[in-house]
Design a protein around this ligand. Structure first.
Ligand code: 13P
Length: 249
């Protein structure tokens, strides 16, 4: 059985006092989250504070990005060893905002996946198509290309220690969530594709859905056979809404 995993991607949001209040709110409602593993991914500046605030809660935390290099003259960047030093368990790689706004290619994403695992971090690999690609019937081609780049770099075995988030770009921050059936179809495609390489790894791999998930639609999505939780943006910034999503896990 795959344990559902619900992760909050805070993106570039939060002051120290806002983060402290958000964690306090999440902790206070955690007792009735029965099933899902809960994760928060704050901006780098808040990781230490969040780590301390989560102590003893059972909630895991991670980062939203990392550099492929361990250290050196890379102004403004943060590395895998630094995140590990902060006690991070997870790191998001290949989020569509990084692909689109910061030019991260499939190959760079694959190298980030590798760098994460080299330092004991579990990558949450984001894949997903744009609206134009969906309309052109290219969804599976795009997802396959994004996955192949990583499989070719690290091998299928590496997916034994990873999470994949399917995030259709058109559903992110738009309120236009994929229907459970649309999401399930792509999740099944991902699992089947990886199962062709290694059935046991594909079967154990947790596949999150991301894109306008909130309390009201989480249950329908997470109830699908190949959807094992979600990667949550906007709704993860509100304790009660995030908890409602976690309860659906
Ligand atoms: P929203 O939940 O705000 O649509 O964002 C999804 C996302 O990008 C999570 O990584």
């Amino acid at each position: 059985m795959r344990r559902p995993i619900v992760a909050g991607n805070w993106k570039m949001n939060g002051t120290q006092s806002e983060a402290a209040a958000l964690i306090e709110g999440i902790r206070s409602g955690l007792a009735d989250v029965k099933n899902a593993e809960v994760v928060v991914c704050p901006p780098f500046t808040l990781i230490s504070l969040v780590a301390a605030a989560l102590d003893g809660s059972g909630i895991s935390y991670g980062a939203q990005n990392l550099n492929v290099y361990d250290a050196g003259a890379y102004t403004g960047e943060v590395s895998g060893p630094m995140l590990r030093d902060l006690g991070c368990t997870y790191v998001i790689v290949g989020h569509s905002e990084r692909r689109a706004l910061y030019g991260e290619s499939d190959d760079v994403v694959a190298e980030k996946f590798r760098a994460a695992q080299q330092h004991g971090l579990v990558p949450i690999l984001c894949v997903g198509e744009t609206l134009e690609q969906r309309v052109d019937n290219d969804t599976e081609t795009v997802i396959a290309r994004q996955l192949d780049a990583v499989v070719d770099t690290v091998g299928i075995e590496a997916f034994g220690q990873a999470v994949i988030a399917y995030e259709p770009v058109w559903a992110i921050g738009t309120g236009m969530t994929a229907t459970p059936e649309q999401a399930q179809a792509v999740h099944q495609f991902i699992r089947d594709k990886l199962a062709a390489l290694d059935g046991a790894i594909a079967d154990g791999l947790r596949l999150q859905y991301g894109g306008s998930v909130k309390g009201a639609n989480a249950q329908g999505l997470f109830g699908q056979p190949d959807i094992d939780g979600g990667l949550i943006g906007g709704a993860s910034l509100h304790a009660e809404e995030f908890l409602n999503v976690c309860r659906a896990g």
